[in-house]
Write a protein that binds this ligand. Sequence first.
Ligand code: BGC
Length: 738
Amino acid sequence: MRLLILNLSLVIILFSCSQEKSNDAILNQRVDSVLSLMTIQEKIGQMAQLSSWGSENRPLNEDLSYLQEIRTGRVGSMLNINGAEMTYKLQRIAVEETRLGIPLIFGFDVVHGYQTIFPIPIALSSTWDTSLVRWVSEITACEATSAGQHWTFAPMADVTRDPRWGRIAEGCGEDPFLTSAMVIAQIKGFQGKDLGLKNTMAACAKHFVAYGAAEGGRDYNTCEVSDRTLQEIYMPPFKAAADAGIASIMMALNDLNGVPSSSSSELKQVLRENWSFKNILVSDWNSIGELVTQGKAENAKDACLQAFNTSIDIDMQGNIYANQLEKLYNEKIISEKEIDNSVRRILKLKFLLGLFDDPYLYSDPVREKSTLSKPEFIKASEYAACQSVVLLKNKSNILPLSQKTGKIAVVGPLSDDKSNILGSWRAIGEPDSAVSVLEGIKTKYTNSKILHAEGCSIEGSSKNGFEQAIQAANNSDVIIAVMGERSPEVNKTLSASDISLPGVQRDLLKELKATGKPIVLILLNGRPIALDWESKNIDAIAEAWFPGTKAGNAIAKVISGEINPCAKLPVSFPHTTGQIPVYYNHKKFGRTPSPNTKEQAKYDDGPEEALFPFGYGLSYTQFEFSDLALEKNKLPKDDSLNIRVTVANTGDRDGCEIVQVYVRDLIAEVTRPILELKGFQKVYAEKGRSVEVRFKIAVSDLGYYNIDLKHVVEPGNFELMVGNSSVNYLKTKFTVID
Ligand code: BGC
């Protein structure tokens, strides 16, 4: 029978000759030709995904017990299997030893690099450079596919307004427009134009939806989001992913407004009906099983039915579909036709990936060896890391730091770190091959004397190391303090109730400050840090996030001025944790904070605005914006705004600036955000030169969800802001007419 399928495929290939695989009719025929041969058990097998790592429901598979499951056709896809050799071995079992020889799909969280590790997603988002992000994903796909991976569980399309949520590191920040742009760039990079090429892979937008709104920033926690906020803030990046042809979407683990996503008929309707999403829906890790713990399902069988009715095609490591679907089928609670719908989507992806034509296309140890960590990939990771550094403060232009500096003290718990710098979801990234900040600085500042002491650990309370660090500081001309957070290797959570620097790091900074030496603070972390004290007391602060494999080289290049920083924050940094949420695109309120009124939406004990706002970031040069002009100030709904602005580099270095366009709808049926990002461009200008920057924005993109939750573009007055952050801009007005 196995041969029959391959022959059938061959006949169809020959018949279809040079026709594109994406030709729907042929693809459907091929899918149906396989489906018609399958038993109900084989169909259900396709809907089960197993991990090589264990879970609560399924003990660690060190004994490779899953091999038997593959042999008996009880598995359609696997995750966490690494390497061309291993994937080849398992694929061979699926192809040679099962009745029908249907190949497996191998999935993995290939998020910001496979072996060559790039900056974490929030750092990449700080570049505001979609071509760079696309390129990073292309390289990532190239490496991962060479090691047998077909499917990545990325991009994370979750907008979040709460930096206490540790998974903010994996996303693109607080704004739906920027997140959507970054999500599309990643999809294009991973999937390319043809999923059947050996260096492209299927992508997965996760976690549908509002996973980033977990209450209190505690991962997996329940979330309550109004329908309007859901439509305007959390849904758009997923819609953008669906429109960009993403191969799959993952359901979130938590519940939204009382309904766990894995059992939500409302979310099913959005995806399958409103958006006509025809590709795969996958559960999150055991999210179907967790319906029982959430109290939404009575038992595993009930959970299975609810997830199946939500149109989830694949059960990730839950063992629920594998054990329960057949019972539901035998009891005639679900039909074979419904099962076929899911299996069709899975087989379709296998065809699109080219697995029926060559199941081993991706599992080639020779290609793997010559592809992983290619020098040009490592260079690209260094470039991306340089572009991700956001310069937050630079008092008296202490940076760039001259290479003639005599003595530099490099201190702090992350100064010689080679592991945390890779960030979470580092795939097979190796700390040994990473470059620490200390190493990078030593390489760059060859004529300087480098003194080093960690001073303290990232999270501990011990101050035993302080003295050594203070001594190093006293003996140097400048202090580079490298501080921040720890990063887990794979997993996420890291929810924090206090987002200031952990442990005694601030105490160490205070002691260093007392030495009177200038301090440059390099931050390595995955979330905004509350830097109230640091912003007042430290001379220069650079947010480098977790920069990946070449962290140290990139940071040294930025500190020394070889690279002029131009990244901007994709998320607001509050002064204190208590201010959260502090996102830029908040609604207009009746009592706007001002020095003259008492009753306002403000705090009595501290500032209400962000310390470092969305879109903010410094450069070693200065840019001035002028001549903001609109081609028309009155325009109908089907027209577009044609915007012009002049950006002058008035400093003494060449550099890039991120030009940002915001709008404000002045009067509407419901309160509207004070600002909404609607466009951005990264522009380069030599010192002393000006560039004219143009934007075209469709008026239809200025709509909102009205009182009846209908998306409308209303006639009325708007303000348009163009600048280099959400607080620094030129302003003009326009009117939308009927
Ligand atoms: C995470 C997902 C991830 C999956 C597979 C889950 O725990 O929430 O983001 O893709 O595991 O590793």
